[in-house]
Design a protein around this ligand. Structure first.
Ligand code: GDP
Ligand code: GDP
Length: 437
């Protein structure tokens, strides 16, 4: 089931990104660390009272050269389209402005819950300032101070109370959900059309009632069912903001979330770009299966080393995706396109692989014998046992005496040993360290 989404809207400078960062926390992921993604983060996972959700900072989505009022109009429309709950932020330092009224007017059109927040209420004396904001007609305002971290808890309590009822999604384990992610023009639609031309499409392009419902289902010759999840750039409905890069990244991230396996499509002609790394990094962090598809292979003059060189570049640029298979295809000539369903199936199976504890522990103990655990101040990290606790992605818990002593490099060594022994091609794996009680 896709996580609920909260979107933050409001005119510039009211404190949207400050509040966004307060809500999502300062969790810096490995991938962000590598590529410096943190600075322009617009979409991130968060949690409140055990409820997981995603937050969008629509202020981070700039819509080209559009005039100021159009920008905030489009941002509000994105919020209305993408979110389950909208947080509309204003500033208690300036009272109600025309721009606030404009945003409010757009938000009246939605039937989604809108929470009005007045930021920069840094001390209790300022609380009386918020009464002006009743005139926006969006109910009782929540006073906030993003700088001091005040009021955010009450706001989130209200936000999560408006989340849709959790429905038991019939998560049919035999169906493989995948998406194609990549910059505009890399050839996603062409690959899909060529793939679907070969397969038996069950239901195609049913415009459903929910925003995510434009998926396509098909069955391959072995009877395996696939669901291809639509992403931006493929439905092209012609709204102004849909052509912006940030919005297409946002749509891609939303599609990744609903997928088991993500095909990161590159254009052989253009090589690897920053945006490719960003979305691929997100898929990795989200624990999804990843396949790198190099399209337009027909456009290159090739010699004996072309493929190897390209592969080396990919391995260098996507260092954290060393497990991802690479497939070189051409949607134009259909070269190797028939391999894709096979590779998707393989990666999906690896994501669901369960390793017996006894076998796993043999591997871990052999690894420890080969490369002893780290020591610190005369004390040695002791590994008692390991067990797999989850699939999609395969997640292992290693029970030890002192979790702090499990260095990143040693965990990486264990991961490599596990990967050498079992087939986890295409899937990230996670190793968690816990103190044995
Ligand atoms: P955005 O444009 O809406 O994303 O606004 P930012 O989060 O970038 O904040 C704009 C400015 O307001 C920055 O200088 C922030 O430091 C400041 N700011 C944010 N929250 C507060 C707050 O609660 N109190 C005060 N006094 N300043 C704040
Ligand atoms: P999307 O925006 O990622 O969905 O890309 P499209 O599928 O719309 O393709 C963009 C352009 O690249 C179109 O003009 C396609 O005909 C062309 N194209 C797609 N795949 C290939 C390919 O494998 N080789 C060549 N030469 N052109 C391709």
């Amino acid at each position: 089931m896709a996580k609920p989404v909260i979107a933050i809207v409001g005119r510039p400078n009211v404190g949207k990104s400050t509040i966004f960062n307060r809500i999502v926390g300062e969790r810096i992921s490995i991938v962000e660390d590598i590529s410096g993604v943190t600075r322009d983060r617009i979409y991130a996972p968060a949690e409140w009272l055990g409820k997981e959700f995603n937050v969008i900072d629509t202020g981070g989505i700039d819509i080209g050269d559009e005039p100021f009022l159009d920008q905030i109009k489009y941002q509000a429309e994105i919020a209305m389209e993408e979110a389950d709950v909208i947080i509309f932020i204003t500033s208690g330092r300036e009272s109600v402005t025309d721009a606030d009224e404009n945003v409010a007017k757009i938000l009246y059109r939605t039937n989604k819950p809108v929470l009005l927040a007045v930021n920069k209420v840094d001390n209790p004396e300022m609380r009386s300032e918020i009464f002006d904001f009743y005139t926006l007609g969006l109910g009782e305002p929540f006073p906030l101070s993003g700088s001091h971290g005040l009021g955010i808890g009450d706001l989130l309590d209200a936000a999560i109370s408006h989340f849709p009822e959790e429905t038991e999604e019939e998560d049919d384990e035999s169906v493989i959900k995948f998406s194609l992610i990549g910059r505009p023009n890399v050839g996603k639609s062409s690959i899909i059309n060529a793939m679907l031309g070969e397969e038996r499409v069950i239901v195609s392009d049913i415009a459903g009632t929910t925003r995510d419902a434009i998926d396509t289902e098909f069955v391959d010759e072995d009877g395996t069912e696939f669901v291809m999840i639509d992403t931006a750039g493929m439905r092209k409905r012609g709204k102004v903001y849909e052509t912006t890069e940030k919005y297409s990244v946002l749509r891609a991230l939303r599609a990744i979330e609903r997928s088991d396996v993500v095909l990161v499509v590159l254009n052989a002609e253009e090589g690897i770009r920053e945006q490719d790394k960003k979305v691929a990094g997100y898929a990795h962090e989200a624990g999804k299966g990843v396949i790198i598809v190099v399209n337009k292979w027909d456009t290159l003059e090739k010699d004996n080393s072309t493929m190897k060189d390209f592969e080396n570049d990919i391995r260098k640029e996507f260092a954290y995706l060393s497990y991802a298979p690479i497939v070189f295809v051409s949607a134009l000539t259909k070269q190797r396109l028939n391999k894709l369903p096979e590779v998707i199936k393989r990666v999906s199976a690896n994501q669901r692989l369960r390793i017996q504890s006894s076998v796993l522990n043999d591997v871990i103990m052999d690894a420890v014998a080969m490369n002893p655990t780290p020591t610190d101040k005369g004390k040695r990290l002791r590994i008692y046992y390991a067990t797999q606790v989850a699939i999609k992605p395969p997640t292992f818990v290693v029970f030890v005496n002192e979790p702090e002593m499990m260095h990143f490099s040693y965990a990486r060594f264990l991961e490599n040993r596990i990967r050498d022994t079992f087939v986890f091609e295409g899937t990230p794996i996670r190793i968690l360290t816990r103190r044995r009680k």
